[in-house]
Ligand binder design. Structure first.
Ligand code: NAG
Ligand code: NAG
Ligand code: NAG
Length: 273
């Protein structure tokens, strides 16, 4: 998305999906971000903190894993060694843990070498169910949860947050906090492009992808964000295939419901002008 000279476009609003009709949820906050561009958070900021423990999974996030809402892809990064590929998961109230194995990969970009990037699909989930999941090994196991969407049908309410151009400035943190504190709780975020703004750094310093992913983990590990690449991602071309796109799947590959597919398509047409 183009960045106007004087302000970073930002918007967070919530829409309710009512069968095939997209309804505006109204203005839910009077907050307006200040016009001046704010600076990136310092590398030692609390939001970028590396989780404690040897090889602890970081940058944990989930993505919708199929068209029906019965699968989720769990992604995370380990820094010291590949470690375990396994996700353990169980539905709320059940103690029997199920396991799924994923894959691991790495990439390099200029003089940057990524950590070990893990992706693991968990499938055959029940609708509208809270699942707990764990990644990591030994003392570095980390636990998260998510709720699967309801079965598709007429009059099924579902609430999307819409966020774009997030970046990793002090204002980005405010934007994310506003989304989290909104009384109308979003269940999934449609992210309309321009994630980390790592491309503002020399050689697109990809450590700023790592910091960004640690920053947003507090939301993206618990609810899927549907990613649309913006021009700040497309800048990576032709390396995009081995760069950011590998960590954050775009909506073209992981679609949600058909209606969202349409919306996604619209958003993709609308970006990068
Ligand atoms: C996952 O990997 C572990 C270790 O390699 C193996 O023992 C287990 O059978 C695998 N599980 C599945 C479901 O493939
Ligand atoms: C990569 O190059 C940049 C600029 O030359 C330098 O600041 C940075 O420390 C280098 N990073 C690594 C991992 O070598
Ligand atoms: C980011 O926001 C959270 C509140 O949501 C706060 O706890 C944290 O200190 C903030 N960090 C920075 C660097 O602004």
């Amino acid at each position: 998305m183009g960045v106007p000279k004087t302000s970073w476009f930002w918007v967070v609003f919530v829409v309710a999906l009512n069968t095939a009709t997209l309804c505006n949820g109204g203005v839910s906050s009077s907050f307006v971000r200040k016009v001046e561009k704010s600076v990136d958070m310092h590398l030692d900021s609390d939001v970028f903190r590396v989780p404690t423990g040897y090889n602890a999974p970081q940058q944990v996030h989930i993505t919708q894993g199929d068209h029906e809402g019965k699968a989720v892809i769990v992604s995370w990064v380990t820094m010291d060694e590949p470690g375990s590929n396994t996700v353990e998961y169980w539905s709320d109230g059940r103690h029997q843990k199920l396991k799924a194995n994923g894959s691991v990969t790495t990439y390099t970009f200029y003089n940057y070498t990524s950590g070990f990037i893990h992706h693991c699909s968990i499938t055959n989930l029940n609708y509208n169910t809270k699942y707990h999941y764990q990644v990591g090994m030994g003392n570095s196991v980390r636990s998260f949860w998510f709720i699967t969407p309801p079965e598709v049908g007429p009059d099924v309410p579902y609430t999307f947050g819409l966020i774009g151009d997030l970046g990793q400035t002090y204002d980005s943190n405010k934007t994310l906090t506003h989304y989290e504190l909104n009384p109308t709780k979003g269940q999934t975020v449609l992210f309309v492009g321009d994630l980390s703004y790592a491309d503002n750094y020399p050689d697109h310093d990809n450590t700023r992808w790592d910091t960004w992913a640690r920053f947003v983990e507090r939301s993206v590990a618990y609810q899927p964000w549907i990613w649309t690449p913006g021009n700040h991602e497309i800048d990576f071309a032709p390396e995009i295939v081995s760069g950011s796109a590998m960590l954050f799947s775009a909506c073209s590959t992981v679609m949600f419901w058909i209606t969202i597919g349409y919306l996604c398509l619209f958003l993709m047409v609308d970006i990068d002008l």
